[in-house]
Design a protein around this ligand. Sequence first.
Ligand SMILES: O=C(CO)[C@@H](O)[C@H](O)COP(=O)(O)O
Length: 252
Amino acid sequence: MAPKAIIAPSILSADFAELGAACSRTIGQGADWLHVDIMDGHFVPNLTFGPPVVAKIRSHVAPPAEHHGKGTFDCHMMIAEPKKWVKEFKAAGCDLYCFHYEAAVDSSDAESPEATSAAKTSPRALIRYIHDQGMLAGIAVKPGTRVDVLYDVLDSDDAAERPDMVLVMTVEPGFGGQKFMASELPKVEALRKRYPELNIEVDGGLGPGTIDQAADAGANVIVAGSAVFGAKDPAGVIALLREAVDKRSAAV
Ligand SMILES: O=C(CO)[C@@H](O)[C@H](O)COP(=O)(O)O
């Protein structure tokens, strides 16, 4: 059986003027995790917030009782220098530090098959470093990046160097409210076939109209921003997303 559904509303679509209350409310509405979008204006053409804001929202949301538990802060680091901020985000209350493969290797390596082996040591070292700080580690790929570049870390014999989650972006990172890219789903299918128990997250354009495709491909960690925070009935949307994933997992 594939791993259970984890619903992680993206707080990029929350009302920033009442962020703490919005985060606590969405957990009360049935969300498992909060997807915390960190953008630096370099890796992506947008800016959000840093450790002081994360620490403030942490004070509104109880930390998870166990790894992957309710209240996990799933920090999606859309930043050019992921290693630099690991300790600061741990101190602020981050539980899962998900960096971009493209930021951990030379960007020209990310799309070039022959450069894959040369690029592989850096993500391994970063995953180990994140684990050493006591956080879960995630690794994300943008739409232009092949997913097989991740097999090296995923196949590592050393658990300290293996990611706890892979994030497959289904939009170009940077903004909420974009159109879902179904073209990215073969990456999810390939990962699910090779790693039946891996937490596979999808992010971008997810909602009631696209969840079935993502669930059928094998995604179990679902990020949804505008579909949850823009809904009249956020609890109903969260329940619908969960049901679609768990139905598919039970059928496998
Ligand atoms: O990381 C990002 C965008 O870069 C996402 O987390 C979006 O914030 C998701 O928003 P929706 O597409 O669900 O509105």
